[in-house]
Design a protein around this ligand. Structure first.
Ligand code: GLN
Length: 534
């Protein structure tokens, strides 16, 4: 029987439900259980693919091409198990399914209502991964905060789930905040009491409370929270603000979160968690022997979350190299020919980020040119690759107005153009080239030395592509196309062999970097930056 764990949030948003869920899943996995995590988001977009990064941070992409919440990135980085379309569900998706069923006449003349039709669809999706038989434990993170109007159908579904599968098979963890009042020199429990009351009003008694705090929680406070929130003292878990999110699994281990969970769910296998590999990673992370500075050139840099997986990939690949990577975000909007040297001088490497639209594009071109001409390690991702090819066409092939048709529809040299199958697409949602595709790597290339294999699979999210009409010109001038999607002959990786490290990819390696397997391109790029810095 699959066990279901629900994680709700109270008092404020941003308490880190995703990290707590991923940490608990990690501990259960380390005990030999197979666990997965899914996120239910209460907004009406069918998926976050159409959301501006400023609204919602990065859009994370799965192997099967789902555009998802960035928390799924943490699930994969922690567990090293791929997620899928089923791991992220939104209110929009739920309603879309129910309305489509209604239009087909599946409800046989009944009035379609939030209860039971919407809640039934929520429950069906809550159990989908559990029913696959692949997982002992399914952790479901509920987005939003208890008390929000849009969360109500989800809470009702959780209440019913507890009843449907029985309390031995289902539990609710409530993540809450204990604020510290400087004047009183005290942690306050009242907001937590109120937020648990909200849950109780919805018919849910939480089984465990994970309390975010900046100070130690004394036994007195634990008892007080337990008494007023109706849980046992051992179910009050302290989650003190950690130095890095990667410390959280060990902090949760110390607090015995996993032990309380398996006892409550009557999971009989009491094997102690094996976290050797995780601890080794933390040791490397915390004892760097090198430090480098890498410029992240993008147009959403004011919001770190917009490039979450890239930042995390630097941390993971940095640890592998025992190197602390300081990422310097550079707003591409403000890089021009005159200030580029000033802005990028002193960096040990330059990464041009993915992106959409023409804002900041010319700044990215200037950054690529600076990296190429000064032999600074350069890594381009998605739009970063497209920029690198255009820069080369403009400044090496002297095709002055080379461009992408995304930026200039009428350019005389459409070095990057819309993919054939994209030409007739008018709808924006879920219509890009999404998810994993195979890529064949040329043997005589740096990419081959890095991946050490000929066939790889990487994840995509784009509409535009390299225009093969320009391939031979570019190759004659010293750029090679080292990765190709064989079915459609699409260029996926380019390199400049004469440059110490100049690689760009049409896919997103950052989505596949995990604690266990930091992405080889990031590992190699950091190595090159370390060499450059010496
Ligand atoms: N805007 C470009 C395209 O659609 C690149 C997308 C990206 O960087 N993710 O092809």
């Amino acid at each position: 029987m699959t066990k279901y764990i629900f994680v709700t949030g109270g008092v404020t948003s941003s308490l880190g439900k995703g990290i707590i869920s991923a940490s608990l899943a990690k501990l259960l996995q380390a005990r030999g259980l197979s666990a997965t995590i899914q996120k239910f988001d209460p907004y009406i977009n069918v998926d976050p693919g159409t959301l501006n990064p400023y609204e919602h941070g990065e859009c994370y992409v799965t192997d099967d091409g789902a555009e998802t919440d960035l928390d799924l990135g943490y699930y994969e980085r922690f567990l090293n198990v791929p997620t899928s379309q089923a791991n992220n569900v939104t209110t929009g998706r739920i309603y879309q399914t129910v309305i489509q069923k209604e239009r087909k006449g599946d409800y046989l003349g009944k009035t379609v209502q939030v209860i039971p039709h919407i809640t039934d669809e929520i429950k069906r999706r809550m159990m989908l991964l559990g029913q696959s038989g692949e997982f002992n434990v399914v952790i479901t993170e509920l987005g939003g905060t208890v008390g929000d109007i849009e969360s109500l159908p989800y809470l009702e579904a959780v209440r019913q789930m507890k009843w449907d599968v029985g309390s031995d098979n289902c539990l609710v963890i409530h993540l809450t905040l204990l604020p510290y009042l400087e004047a009183a020199k005290e942690l306050k429990t009242k907001p937590t009491q109120h937020s648990v009351k909200q849950l109780q009003n919805a018919g849910i008694q939480p089984d465990l409370l994970v309390c975010r705090t900046d100070h130690d929680i004394t036994m007195d406070i634990r008892r007080k929270v337990a008494l007023f929130c109706n849980v046992d003292v051992s179910s009050v878990i302290e989650a003190k603000t950690a130095k890095t999110v990667y410390d959280v699994p060990l902090l949760m281990l110390e607090e015995q979160l996993d032990r309380v969970v398996i006892n409550k769910l009557r999971i009989m296998d009491k094997k102690e968690p094996d976290l050797k590999q995780w601890k080794r990673f933390l040791k490397q992370l915390k004892n760097p022997t090198h430090k480098i500075k890498i410029g992240l050139i993008g147009k959403y840099i004011e919001l770190k979350d917009a490039y979450k997986s890239i930042y995390e990939s630097f941390i993971l690949a940095g640890a592998k190299n025992e190197c602390y990577v300081e990422v310097i975000p550079v707003q591409s909007d403000y890089i021009d020919k005159n200030n580029v040297k000033n802005k990028l001088e002193g960096l040990d490497g330059i990464l041009v980020a993915p992106g959409f639209g023409d804002r900041g594009f010319e700044g990215k071109i200037n950054a690529v040119q600076f990296a190429r001409e000064n032999s600074i390690p350069f890594f381009g991702i998605c739009l970063g690759m497209q920029t690198a090819v255009i820069e080369f066409a403009r400044n090496v092939l002297h095709l002055q107005d080379a461009n992408s048709t995304e930026m200039d529809k009428k350019t005389a040299h459409p070095i990057i153009h819309l993919m054939k199958e994209q030409e007739t697409i008018t709808k924006k949602g879920g219509t890009m080239r999404l998810g994993k595709y195979p890529c064949q790597i040329k043997k005589e290339s740096k990419a081959y030395q890095i991946y050490k294999k000929e066939m790889i699979e990487e994840r995509h999210r784009h509409r535009f592509e390299f225009n093969n009409d320009y391939k031979s010109q570019l190759e004659e001038a010293g750029m090679i196309c080292s990765g190709i999607y064989p079915d459609k002959n699409l260029v996926e990786i380019i390199e400049i062999p004469k440059h110490p490290w100049f690689i760009a990819a049409q896919f997103h390696p950052e989505y596949k970097s995990t604690v266990e397997n930091p992405h080889p391109l990031f590992v190699s790029f950091i190595k090159a930056c370390m060499k450059y810095s010496r």
